[in-house]
Design a protein around this ligand. Structure first.
Ligand code: PMP
Length: 345
């Protein structure tokens, strides 16, 4: 059976419009950088809820339903998340009729909160600086709620194997079909790590010799070797990637190389993807693509680099989409290419 679903008829509901995302060549950047290799991006903002996390929300809910663990109208779904898993779950809950509670750190954008509310989710905001095991963290608060609310269930993207499996059977299988198995380097950022671990697992099974590169923000500890993580930065603006613990679903044995990324590298690159390629993508896309491009600059003719773009600019209308926000944080210098200076003013 094909991993790619074509949509040219009537869909029973919007949950069918998750997965089978387009793979797009970044032609203008390839030309501008005089790349010898091919460079493609998998555009996850085409998912119904606007991010790669719609895939895992769908699979975690469907598998729990199949196992008889949850029932619409009875179960309350609770999840600690940086936002996109929340939106994915709230979308499932809105269509299927579950009560939904999302716990998320204060740092996460107002745009995500508004979408969550509009989808009918109840929101609990938690202190961003609370470590994962702090009683005030979004993870601890979700666990407390699960105990106090009858018929509550936490899908738990950090330990639920349906998270990486959504990418093994979805994202990765689609990439193999879309490229005919021709990928030399695969680049993705890591939050829970479900995307990189699940996708890399199937890519490595089917494409011998493929290299998998993980991108982790400075201030996070996911990268290996651990010495990479010792920069003197604790906070960062990019949302959705990086953690202060290693989630169970992040099987780092599938990652051949880790690269660290700064906000100063990521944010202008996210804007560059918009301006030069028309890709309406989010900040973590800039992190992953920054390194995909760095790698592509070193790759010979006939090779291909593929990068995941996890979410949409919709989440960041008052953040990196705004010039003022970028200037205030010095994100427009020194990475901004000279020739583009005028449209940053
Ligand atoms: N980028 C964004 C914007 C995200 O919300 C997430 C999910 N936390 C990721 C990247 C990373 O995905 P994963 O959790 O599968 O590693």
């Amino acid at each position: 059976m094909s991993a790619i679903q074509t949509r040219n008829g009537i869909e029973e509901n919007v949950l069918n419009c998750i997965g089978s995302t387009p793979l797009v060549r970044v032609n203008n950047i390839i030309k501008a950088e005089k790349l010898k290799c091919d460079l493609l991006v998998k555009c996850e903002f085409f998912n119904a809820g606007g991010s790669v996390k719609d895939r895992i929300a769908k699979r975690m809910i469907e598998e729990a339903e199949k196992a008889g663990k949850i029932t619409p109208g009875v179960t309350t779904i609770i999840e600690p998340t940086s936002g996109n898993t929340g939106v994915g779950l709230a979308l499932q809950c809105a269509v299927k009729g579950y009560r939904c509670i999302i716990c998320l750190p204060e740092k996460m954008s107002l745009e995500k909160i508004r979408v969550l509310k509009a989808l009918g989710a109840e929101i609990i905001r938690t202190r961003t600086s609370a470590a994962f095991d702090d009683p005030d963290s979004h993870i601890s608060i979700a666990k407390d709620l699960e105990k106090s609310i009858p018929n509550a269930w936490i899908p738990d993207q950090y330990t639920n194997m349906n998270n990486p499996d959504a990418h093994y059977y979805g994202t990765g299988a689609e990439l193999i079909e879309q490229t005919g198995g021709k990928i030399d380097v695969f680049v993705a950022g890591a939050g829970t790590g479900g995307t990189i671990a699940g996708t890399a697992k199937v890519l490595k099974e089917k494409i011998p010799g493929i290299k998998v590169v993980g991108v982790d923000p400075y201030g996070s500890i996911l990268a290996q070797p651990a010495a990479l993580n010792t920069m003197d930065i604790t906070g960062y603006e990019v949302e959705g990637i990086g953690y202060d613990f290693i989630p169970d679903v992040l099987n780092r044995s599938y990652v051949d190389e880790w690269r660290k990324c700064t906000d100063e590298q990521a944010m202008p690159m996210a804007r560059r993807l918009l301006r030069e390629e028309g890709l309406l993508c989010g900040g973590s896309c800039g992190s992953a693509f920054y390194h995909a491009l760095e790698i592509a600059k070193t790759m010979p003719e006939g090779t291909r680099v593929v990068c995941i773009l996890p979410d949409s600019i919709r989440n960041y209308m008052t953040k990196h989409l705004m010039d003022e926000w970028m200037w205030e944080r010095d994100f427009f210098t020194p990475e901004v290419p000279e020739q583009n200076a005028e449209w940053y003013n």
